[in-house]
Ligand binder design. Structure first.
Ligand code: ACO
Length: 397
């Protein structure tokens, strides 16, 4: 964990607090949803460790925990499952029509504009009443995965997959993405990654959602913003980059006639010597170990070529720790797990969003329930005193 407060520069200037670039080590608000425990040892999901819930809770249970603040009783779980499964099958047909005309592009775009469209359809029913907020959260949690799966398959495979509300959420979503019935262990591995991805304190996309919520914009618009922030390679986009890198390593190792687990060492050393980043390593919070990787590793071991992939991952981790003192993050592990499931690489970050939408929705509700618009102040360092000149007088030598 990052507890290097001695490194923090926090000054005041003309009555303003000057915080470090990137808001490193800055607490901007309180939350009861998730974050690092007071000892700075674990990331906590509503009182439970992230790896405990990631390893044990179903998608429905973890969703209830996030939205309502505690694990559900049997009847509450049944009710939530019924609602999520119902709404998964109710994406407005016109959203699919819009996706039919979408250009072939990265599927994260389908999510951000698909969810903005949902916001338009549900606008007449929008309200800040708490019960209504929960209902909208359930809709967006249930429907975002369908939008991603539809956008991807329409653009790249020429068909529209239809959800089956009779199936379990994670199973049905995975089925729509890979176009076949997953096995029980495949569906459970996939479900566990959705839970591991659900939330992580004030990460960049969640903070984006909270900023949008603080303006009292609607949940769908906030989620569209969250998806846009998650897309970047320094955040959710890292799982795709990590897999692209691993496939490049595999190809080069084959050409060099060396085992991949050996070749990856020279590949990493070469990249580091050129000051390039290794995607899937490093984290703003986890400075020694990301506990989510242990849960993902247990599932990787049970999927195709698990032992081989774990040898490769462990070797890369040894090299990165020796050279940079940086641990692998969850994206390094989910990259391999999704590859084992046969998921197309451009769908890796959308899957991250399918889990994180639960955290985004919970943070949206927490923000609007005790709101103050988030509007920091800048330090202007540009020129002053310039005077407007008409066009014909400008740009003359
Ligand atoms: N490969 C090589 N060097 C790295 C890496 C990496 N993956 N990550 C950090 N470093 C180096 C930095 O260059 C920096 O070195 P310097 O002090 O010599 O300049 C040092 O380690 C500290 O790194 P920062 O970038 O300052 O750490 P920060 O907390 O700002 O950034 C981040 C964290 C963005 C995750 C960074 O580690 C990174 O870019 N990693 C690669 C992308 C990635 O995997 N993102 C996924 C994050 S987890 C998630 O979204 C679920």
């Amino acid at each position: 964990m990052n507890n290097q407060l001695s490194k923090v520069e926090c000054k005041t200037e003309n009555g303003y607090i000057v915080v470090p670039k990137g808001l490193v080590n800055v607490i901007v608000d309180k939350t009861e949803i998730s974050g690092v425990d007071p000892k700075g040892e674990h990331t906590i999901y509503r009182g439970y460790t992230i790896d405990d819930i990631g390893a044990n809770a179903s998608f429905y249970e973890a969703t209830y925990l996030f939205l309502k603040g505690r694990l559900p009783c049997e009847d509450e779980l049944r009710e939530l499952k019924k609602k999520i499964d119902y709404w998964r099958g109710r994406v407005p047909e016109k959203v699919f029509d819009a996706l039919r005309y979408a250009p072939k592009t990265h599927p994260m775009f389908y999510g951000s504009y698909g969810v903005a469209l949902l916001g338009q359809y549900y606008a007449p029913e929008w309200s800040f009443d708490l019960d209504s907020l929960y209902e909208h959260a359930i809709r967006v949690i249930a429907q975002l995965p369908v939008i991603f799966a539809a956008g991807w398959n329409l653009a790249y495979n020429g068909y529209l997959p239809r959800p089956d509300p009779g199936l379990d959420h994670a199973y049905d979503v995975l089925k729509m993405i890979i176009g076949r019935e997953p096995s029980k262990i495949e569906a459970r591995a996939f479900e566990s990654t959705l839970v591991l991805y659900m939330d992580h304190g004030f990460n960049a996309s969640t903070f984006t959602v909270r900023v949008i919520a603080s303006t009292l914009s609607d949940l769908y618009s906030a989620v569209a913003g969250g998806i846009s922030a998650l897309k970047g390679p320094l955040h959710g986009g890292a799982n795709e980059k990590a897999m692209e890198m691993l496939l490049e390593v595999r190809e080069k190792a084959e050409k060099a006639g060396k085992p991949m687990e050996d070749y990856i060492e020279e590949y990493i050393l070469d990249k580091l010597s050129r000051k390039e980043k290794i995607m899937g390593f490093g984290h703003r919070v986890y400075k020694v170990h990301d506990p989510r990787t242990d849960v993902a590793a247990r599932f990787i071991a049970q999927l195709e070529d698990g032992d081989f992939w774990l040898r490769v991952l462990k070797r890369a981790e040894e090299v990165m720790w020796r050279e940079k003192r940086l641990p692998a993050n969850i994206d390094f592990y989910t990259a391999v797990l999704y590859y084992q499931l046969g998921i197309p690489i451009p769908m890796y970050t959308p899957i991250f969003a399918m889990g994180r939408v639960v955290g985004w929705s919970s943070h949206y509700i927490e923000q609007v329930s005790d709101n103050k618009i988030i509007r920091p102040t800048e330090k202007y360092v540009g020129p002053t005193g310039l005077k407007y000149k008409p066009l014909e007088e400008r740009c003359k030598a």
